[in-house]
Design a protein around this ligand. Sequence first.
Ligand code: SF4
Length: 475
Amino acid sequence: MQIKYPVDKYSDHSGAIHRLQELNRQFAIEHGHPRKAYVQTFGCQMSEEEGEKILGVLLDSSMVEVNTQDEADVIIYNTCCVRENAEQKVYGHVGVLKGLKKRKPHLIIGIMGCMTQQPTVVEELKRSYRHVDIIAGTGNINNLPDMVCQVIEKGRRVADLSGTERIAEGTPKESHGNIKAWVTIMYGCNNFCSYCIVPYVRGRERSRSVEDIMAEVTSLAKAGVQEITLLGQNVNSYGSERGLPGGQAFAELLHTVCQVEGIKRVRFMTSHPKDLSDEIIEAVATEPKMCKQIHLPLQSGCTETLRQMNRKYTADQYRALLAKIRDRIPGVTVSTDLITGFPGETDEQHKESMAFIEECAFDMAYIFIYSRRTGTPAAKREDQIPEDVVHARFEEMQKIITDSSYKSSKAQEGTVLTVMHEGPSQSNPSMMTGRTEGNKIVLYSHQDCKPGDILKVRIDTAKTWYLEGTVITED
Ligand code: SF4
């Protein structure tokens, strides 16, 4: 599904877009088929959303999408550098492309995204991966037509990392979802958690204007999208760099997005506990379209570890915030992110953290093994935790989360939940699937509905990560 926005900012690049369209027309005549594009994204939802824009730009320049890199004439890897193994995976994939380029010399290969915001990575790609034609950062998607033209017309390798602090507006987007879409509302982060590389590679916080966000949401709604997830590294501080009180500006944005006709559900991620204001909680509690779900990364349940992580809240403050959320939004689903193996974490601190995580009774959690990222304060520490200890702690944490997630699912048995229908289940195509407001997957046999329908489903059986139920009514 191609989404174009009624904002004129992408047309600043119209010269390059027209040049590339013309080059692609010539290519189609010479090769008997249009130039084929393949985009692969490694990383979080924000990276996925940027991947949709990269593909949107290429298709807008008269290319067609293909599903495998072997068929492609242009391959772009949209990368992530938050964890070391994601980076290693990309290097492995890029290495494999060398053979493909030998067999198909006209193949254009680009590496974009967070990873290429690191000078050491750029040097490595330039030096050791000479088959890569384009190296560009996260702010350069709108420049992609120009970079592809330079490679085709001049046969030159292009590296453009100039746009880190830029907000590219109006970029066309090719979305593979039919009823759900992500909308990035801000870029960058000011928080400098001691383990995290994001502020170094994505720069300081920059918020999009309400007008640009609304233009995008309205276009998505017109294209049939019914559920929007607003994205940012810390959406709670939306607008704060412009002097707007962060929590208030974001709460107002939530109310505004909820007014868009055709949009049935609104979610957001990620929140920083220190910035989740009463206004935001109130917006989630009172707006009927707001899903009663909050993702609230805890990272550690030990106050001393939180201090060393530079998270700027204590376990007690998190506990109080959680109680406030659960009190004001009955039935709310709370999920979290957790890190295991942070440098210097003692056995006692780990135990303290486990006890707190258990007490929080999260509905869902993503557990990450600490990844040492060069350039961050935590990476310089000498008291890194041995791998076997990290893995043992990971298992313990996983058990707590599996138990609490199952308890949360079990509590739904016999209740009737509102579910947005998505379509046949990928793992069991004889069943249909949809999601609750809390983002839990529900399976049911009811066939007679279309994506986006809101169903009332009685929950019959709880599994740890999904629910099974019976459709009792349609809205
Ligand atoms: S809030 Fe912390 S963990 Fe999240 S992106 Fe910013 S620095 Fe990284």
